[in-house]
Design a protein around this ligand. Structure first.
Ligand SMILES: N[C@@H]1[C@@H](O)[C@H](O)[C@@H](COP(=O)(O)O)O[C@@H]1O
Length: 243
């Protein structure tokens, strides 16, 4: 199915500019609405974005004191002390350097025994916080968003997923061997992502060109999870192929 998409495409001259444009969107929202609920993402792509937010916080341009955050996903079976966990990544990239309160920081809990209950409670917590104001996203080469792999029903909320071999391969650089890469993760579902009031997707690098082309084609299919974003009315994609 093809549809008329509302996606707003912004081409950045390079990675630095992409990071600044994305950070400015969040900075403006934080300035207008200091108690905003941020939806955050991990991966290599948002690192520059987090640097911009840390600098702006240090310079007193923005404050996270009243803000809350919900991360997209987390591996199953490892905790925040593990350097490959998304919790550790977030501490290093953002939380250790800004004035956000620990109680206002939320990530899916991949170290819980009852993972399905943890997933369901996560959606309830997002709802209780009033929903996500702006959700940041990256994209996998196969079009995954969060850890929603091709074939994921768009109607799912936060859930436990099995990672594909290609995703485990792509993420093995953060582990000492492929055997250590978890086989499962907890991820916000596509429906959770679509419930955010606004979505900002960052796409950087030549390896993502095919994903850009597929998203631009406007075809909506569960084989390409990011295509669900065509069903949302407020999506900005910031992209560059210049690292
Ligand atoms: N779960 C994360 C995704 O949320 C992220 O978007 C993707 C791309 O990461 P990168 O930005 O490093 O290419 O990697 C992981 O699979």
């Amino acid at each position: 199915m093809t549809t008329v998409s509302n996606i707003n495409w912004i081409e950045a001259a390079n990675y630095d500019e992409l990071s600044k444009i994305a950070a400015n969107i969040f900075k403006e929202e934080l300035q207008k609405h200091p108690e905003m609920v941020l939806g955050l993402a991990t991966g290599g792509t948002p690192e520059g974005f987090y640097k911009e937010l840390v600098e702006a916080n240090k310079a007193g341009e923005i404050s996270f004191e009243k803000a809350q955050s919900f991360n997209l996903d987390e591996y199953v079976g490892i905790n925040a002390a593990n350097k490959a966990s998304y919790h550790y990544y977030m501490d290093q990239q953002l939380f250790n350097h800004v004035d956000m309160k620990n109680d206002n920081i939320h990530l899916p809990e991949g170290d819980k025994i009852d993972l399905q209950a943890a997933a369901t409670q996560y959606d309830a917590k997002i709802e209780a916080a009033g929903g996500i104001d702006i959700q940041l996203l990256g994209i996998g080469v196969n079009g995954h968003i969060g850890f929603n792999e091709p074939g994921t029903p768009f109607a799912l909320g936060t859930n436990v997923v099995e990672l594909t071999e290609s995703t485990r391969e792509a993420n093995k650089i953060y582990f000492s061997s492929i055997e250590e890469v978890p086989t499962h993760a907890i991820t916000m579902g596509i429906q959770t992502i679509l419930n955010a009031k606004k979505v900002v997707l960052l796409i950087s690098g030549a390896s993502k060109q095919e994903a850009i082309n597929r998203l631009r084609s406007g075809v909506i299919t569960e084989d390409f999870p990011a295509s669900a974003l065509h069903n949302h009315s407020n999506v900005t994609v910031i992209y560059t192929d210049v690292k």
